[in-house]
Design a protein around this ligand. Structure first.
Ligand code: SAM
Length: 411
């Protein structure tokens, strides 16, 4: 789509201007794919840290939590490690590289939050420059700083940034505790920088993953950093679990947006013969679901599969490559209602549409959501039907069936 049609602003760096899109790509999306913190960070590195930038140097710059690839594109001529918990962020960076016709991407390495950027066993040199966009959850920052500590030295420059409203005392305290002396810049366009010197002797390990147990439903869940509701079972999740005995029987169940896997694991308890596919865009969530499932059903490891995917996009590609198309009879979903700091139901919408594709005829999607989110309207639009399974003052459980075309026109 042309710039004029979408009326896109450009992300201007000292060396180039980039057209950047967000993912999912929504028609008439007015939100930019970068913020003032990206601009401040990028300009500061180019102006004040030029000695860390050397195109002939294959010692990478570490870029952490780059949301849609703005920083990756800005520094694409250098060797970069792009480290993130979000598969969608990696996808967006790749699509934006392509959109801007950047073909030589051999020097860009994408690493998931499950990887430590460099391990002590590797003979790689410590990073000279580490750029961090402050993530939404403190747990992810904490986990990242502990992992980072092993691949920096006292000369490493560490610069972080966020919109001022997202920098709290607790954010700075983490840098002080794990990295060392920490200062902040003045605010520019409501964004601020954090500078941290690597001068503590903190050799502690990340406290993640942690495990929670829920006595009421007798489940134990492993949570890597950044996972949804990692302190206790979410109230909406619990409500759907309490009503799971009414779910139709299924040979294959998909837990979409699985987080720590609570829904899929409990579905397996009701339907012990079912195969369960756990899908999430967060690498740490998929790792959590895998650990939680394997703890719960050590004997049934082959009944479950785990997939990092944007909604069901990559999962469906993998499945259609298999001979048996892997269609499901039941999808379970507690949809996300925000993406990083922006709120919206566009991901839920994608999840519903792609779930319909993944279901066999007569298969059903069961979702739980806040009553005010109006998911029944969306489900009706996508499936042509929707029924209420249960409600309480805050939540509603809805189900929609995939009808064959004949059935749909008769309705
Ligand atoms: N099912 C879990 C539960 O009930 O505890 C987690 C529900 S949480 C409300 C929504 C989940 O959707 C999160 O784990 C989030 O990482 C995941 N998610 C967000 N955007 C996604 C996307 N584009 N594709 C796949 N999963 C996504």
């Amino acid at each position: 789509m042309s710039l004029i049609m979408k009326n896109l602003e450009l992300f201007n760096t000292p060396s180039a201007s980039f057209e950047l899109k967000r993912l999912p790509d929504i028609a008439n999306d007015t939100l930019r794919a970068w913020d003032a913190a990206d601009e401040l960070l990028m300009n500061t590195v180019f102006n004040d840290y030029a000695d860390c930038l050397d195109k002939s140097d294959d010692q990478a710059i570490l870029i952490t939590n780059d949301n849609f690839g703005a920083l990756t594109l800005a520094f694409n001529e250098y060797s970069i490690d792009n480290w993130s918990d979000s598969f969608v962020s990696h996808l967006a960076a790749n699509e934006n590289l392509e959109l801007n016709d950047i073909k030589n991407t051999d020097s860009i390495r994408f690493m998931s939050s499950e990887d430590s950027p460099k391990s002590a066993e590797q003979s790689e040199l410590p990073y000279k420059l580490v750029i961090i966009k402050i993530p939404k959850t403190l747990s992810l920052l904490e986990d990242q700083l502990y992992k980072l500590k092993h691949c920096i030295n006292k000369d490493t420059k560490i610069i972080a940034a966020a919109m001022t409203k997202n920098i709290h005392n607790s954010t700075l305290a983490l840098f002080e505790k794990i990295i060392g002396t920490t200062t902040t810049s003045k605010a520019t366009k409501k964004a601020r920088l954090i500078f941290s010197e690597n001068n503590t002797d903190n050799n502690d390990k990340s406290p993640y993953p942690t495990t929670i147990s829920d006595e009421k439903i007798q489940i134990s869940l492993v949570n890597h950093a950044n996972v949804f509701s990692k302190e206790k079972l979410d109230v909406g999740t619990r409500f759907l679990i309490q009503n799971m005995d009414q779910c139709p029987s299924a040979e294959h169940i998909i837990d979409i947006g699985c987080g720590n896997g609570a829904l899929g694991i409990m579905a397996k308890r009701h339907q012990p013969n079912a195969k369960i596919s756990f899908v999430d865009e967060s690498y740490n969530s998929v790792a959590s679901a895998k650990d939680s499932y394997n703890n719960a059903y050590p004997e049934s490891a082959s009944d479950a599969s785990f997939h990092v995917s944007n909604a069901l996009e990559q999962f469906a590609e993998e499945s259609s490559a298999q001979e048996n198309k892997n269609k499901a009879q039941l999808v379970l979903c507690n949809p996300p209602f925000h993406q990083v700091h922006s709120i919206g139901d566009h991901i839920a919408w994608e999840m519903f549409k792609q779930s319909r594709e993944a279901l066999e005829t007569d298969g059903e999607i069961w979702i739980v959501g806040n009553r005010h989110l109006g998911y029944h309207i969306k489900l009706k639009k996508v499936f042509g039907n929707c029924r209420t399974i249960a409600t309480n003052p805050k939540f509603v459980i809805l189900a929609a069936k995939k009808l064959d075309k004949l059935n749909r026109t008769r309705k």
